[in-house]
Design a binder for this molecule. Structure first.
Ligand code: MG
Length: 171
């Protein structure tokens, strides 16, 4: 069951133009200055563990479903227009992202705020309103997955943080 949801989550993200590589690039963007010797297999492993969490799978399923229904014009008014136009005061897309960022403590929240402001890589593409696609929920969900993964890496590899002198002395 769990494996099934994981595969579906990967497939859903891919169907909306988001690959595992895009997520890896976002995590590298967030962590490159903080964790030395951060390898791509380490990041990939962490992304997989985040994508295996039910909270994350639920957010991906729900967010993408709402984006697609809005793209097809199938939501009730006024929600249809609010989501299609990605109105700034709506805010439920960010609330849904918090269910992901909250998984690994407060660093996740800070990481999310930062990446949502800078919008590197795939986030810039998802935010391009000229494509006709609706990614109102997806951009926040993808940013939150990267932020949670970066927080997970920071929590599980404190010995690799270059400002952590206490642990480095013990090694
Ligand atoms: Mg959004």
């Amino acid at each position: 069951m769990q494996e099934h949801f994981y595969d579906q989550t990967i497939a859903l993200l891919k169907s909306r133009g988001v690959t595992k590589k895009d997520l890896v690039d976002l995590v590298i963007f967030l962590q490159k200055d903080y964790i030395k010797d951060l390898s791509e297999p380490m990041i990939n492993e962490s992304i997989d563990l985040v994508l295996k969490k039910r909270e994350v799978q639920n957010a991906v399923m729900t967010g993408i479903q709402l984006d697609v229904l809005s793209e097809e014009g199938k939501l009730f008014a006024p929600l249809q227009e609010i989501i299609a136009r990605d109105e700034g005061l709506y805010g439920i897309d960010e609330i849904m992202a918090f269910s992901i960022t909250n998984l690994y403590g407060s660093i996740g929240f800070t990481n999310y705020g930062y990446i949502d402001k800078v919008k590197p890589g795939i986030l810039a593409i998802l935010n391009d309103k000229s494509t006709g696609k609706v990614n109102t929920f997806l951009d926040d969900i993808v940013g939150a997955i990267a932020a949670a993964t970066a927080s997970r890496l920071a929590h599980t590899n404190p010995q690799l943080e270059d400002d952590n002198i206490y642990i480095n002395e013990e090694v």
